[in-house]
Design a protein around this ligand. Structure first.
Ligand SMILES: NC(=O)c1ccc[n+]([C@@H]2O[C@H](COP(=O)([O-])OP(=O)(O)OC[C@H]3O[C@@H](n4cnc5c(N)ncnc54)[C@H](OP(=O)(O)O)[C@@H]3O)[C@@H](O)[C@H]2O)c1
Length: 362
């Protein structure tokens, strides 16, 4: 298949950098445009970064030499040069909404990491293994936007990428009624490193603005149903969350408590988690982990250092599944926040949308 041309809007940021490394050798997608704010525009990618590269692996030479475009001033040039864009920008919510809708209306599909459109009723918010069926809402969205190709699809917040994938198969088997999640979130989730956020060294901050609301509300849209041209969020399971920032570079961990309608057998629950497969595994998408959720039997796992990069950072790790005195079960889970939780999750979503025929060559 001829590769699809892709633009990365927000290319200099923490998530943008991950897109660069994930797409450098991608079998289906080819980076043809890099875009960011006017601050970075007309500079080479290397100059625009100005020392902000935060990843262990080096940026590809070809990309370092590319000229960064201004997502506003060079809008038409971007649209004309790509088949679709990834968008991960740090702007005001209403500005992001307007920018993403402008791209979609210009017939350029948008796969977004931003939260701005997550609750637009006809914008699907997809974890590809869980609710790939929500792609069908794109037909209604295109009707509203008056487009043939253009649409917006979003991925959910990074905080819930560990516990929702673990709870989903358990819900299918036992009927999840309620869950409590305490998340321990890495500083890259705020687009930061220890250099740019020295206050985080040897520190814990018990507040991440807006994160608890997202962690509680977004799962209900993922559990929602497509009805009359909208995704109607589910009303249960009831989820409550506390989100804490911890001094870790990458990897969000969650301690989870959950109750179910049916009695849970622990060994069976582990095998339900381990054997769970979704559309990405069935379609053998290039970025899909072979096994979506891995279970670790050792008491001291999953750990950030040993598990965050499991299956190229696209798999979720679970451990310490055991009975609880107040809920039915408790466990710990982990996912890489800028891979599965951000750029990697968005690349997998774009692969799903391509495999289902929603993203095509112009
Ligand atoms: N970090 C994570 O783990 C994570 C996870 C899930 C979702 N997200 C979401 O992804 C988005 C980006 O996060 P991040 O951590 O990558 O942020 P970041 O490191 O602060 O990077 C922000 C990017 O936005 C660009 N930008 C800022 N103003 C712009 C404008 N007016 N027009 C075009 N581009 C503009 C910046 O370009 P300049 O360099 O030119 O300023 C930069 O490329 C956010 O919406 C965030 O909530 C992040």
């Amino acid at each position: 298949m001829e590769k699809l041309k892709v633009g990365i809007v927000g290319c200099t940021g923490m998530v943008g950098q991950r897109f660069i490394t994930l797409l450098a050798e991608h079998p289906w997608f080819d980076i043809t445009v890099l875009a960011a704010s006017a601050r970075s525009a007309n500079k080479s990618y290397e100059e625009a970064l100005g020392g902000r590269w935060a990843l262990d692996t080096k940026a590809p030479e070809k990309v370092l030499k590319m000229t960064v475009l201004d997502s506003e001033a060079d809008f038409q040039k971007i649209v004309d040069s790509v088949d679709f864009i990834f968008c991960a920008v740090n702007m005001k919510k209403d500005e992001i909404k307007a920018l993403e809708e402008k791209f979609a209306k210009a017939e350029c599909p948008v796969v977004s990491n931003n939260s701005a459109h997550r609750f637009t009723p006809d914008v699907p918010m997809i974890i590809p293994e869980l609710n790939d069926s929500h792609c069908e809402i794109i037909d209604s969205q295109r009707k509203r936007l008056g487009t043939k190709r253009g649409f917006i699809a979003v991925k959910s917040n990074c905080s819930l990428q560990s516990y929702v994938p673990a709870l989903w198969p358990l819900d299918k088997k036992y009927g999840l009624t309620k869950a409590l999640a305490c998340t321990y979130q890495a500083i890259s989730g705020a687009g930061k490193t220890f250099e740019s956020w020295p206050e985080m060294v040897d520190n814990v901050i018990p507040y991440i603005g807006g994160e608890e609301e997202k962690s509680e509300k977004e799962p209900l849209k993922i559990w929602g149903k497509v009805e009359n041209g909208e995704i109607v969020p589910a009303t249960e399971p009831a989820i409550t969350a506390q989100c804490i920032r911890v001094p870790v570079t990458n990897g969000h961990l969650a301690a989870v408590f959950a109750s179910f309608e049916k009695k849970v057998d622990l060994e069976e629950a582990i095998s339900v988690i381990e054997s769970f497969k979704g559309a990405p595994q069935e379609l053998e998408l290039p970025s899909a982990p072979k096994q979506f959720v891995h279970y670790f039997r050792e008491d001291n796992r999953p750990q950030i250092n040993s598990e965050r990069n499991l299956e190229k950072g696209m798999a979720v790790s679970v451990g310490r599944l055991r009975p609880d005195s107040q809920y039915d079960l408790k466990f710990v889970c982990l996912s890489h926040n800028t891979l599965r939780g951000a750029a990697g999750g968005a690349v997998l979503l774009a692969e799903l949308l391509t495999a289902k025929g929603y993203i095509t060559k112009k």
